[in-house]
Write a protein that binds this ligand. Sequence first.
Ligand code: PEP
Length: 253
Amino acid sequence: MRRKIAAGNWKMNTLLNEGVTLAEELNTLLDGIELYDDKRVVIAVPYTHISSIINVVDYKKIAVAAQNCSQFDNGAYTGEISALMLKSIGVQYIIVGHSERRQIFGETDDIVSQKLTQCYKNAIFPILCCGESLNERESVKHLEIVGTQIKNALQNVDTFNIQRTIIAYEPIWAIGTGRTATPEQAQEMHAHIRNTIADLYTKEIANEITILYGGSVNAANSANLFAKEDIDGGLVGGASLKVNEFMQIIESL
Ligand code: PEP
């Protein structure tokens, strides 16, 4: 089902006590807000914080996500965390294929595809990230690059599981840079992603997919971005660490 989602990605920020306080504050601020099934607030917090935060937030208002998972089931993979482990502590969403994981940790489209499989096996909603570099945009290859990322990631995804997938378009040049895609640039890419899904599956399925925009979303630009026809909300990094600003972004949904 296509939903409006404001998802915060805390990345490797906050100590446990700070993270719990931030989540509690957000939970309190959301008291006055009606969130129906078609609108969701998600926070992707560090692994170390997940259990504590799940205990202090109202699951009807805030879904807790992980920022990554292993592509493997279990076994001799020192330092890894499986999707099943995350499921066992109440995680509902996992960010998969964030550009920081692709660029810094060498995640390929194939690894991203295996991580998606792990999410589906464990009934977790993946938030699949895609996005082009500045160089790729400047050489006008951005539509092709993102289309290929989507096709590669979805290579093993059937019509049932695609409907449980959230996509986040995050141009790499806009992440953490303060430089946001214009609403028109973002809309162009979101429409392209939706058309790519329509080609791979059906137009009806493509219309039901939630596609988020990420890249320097803040309280000042979120409403204009979210007003675009194919933009169903945001994946928000830096601004999700400031509770009042994140609330304004949620309100602009
Ligand atoms: C992100 O981490 O996915 C992100 C979009 O970060 P920021 O909002 O800080 O650009």
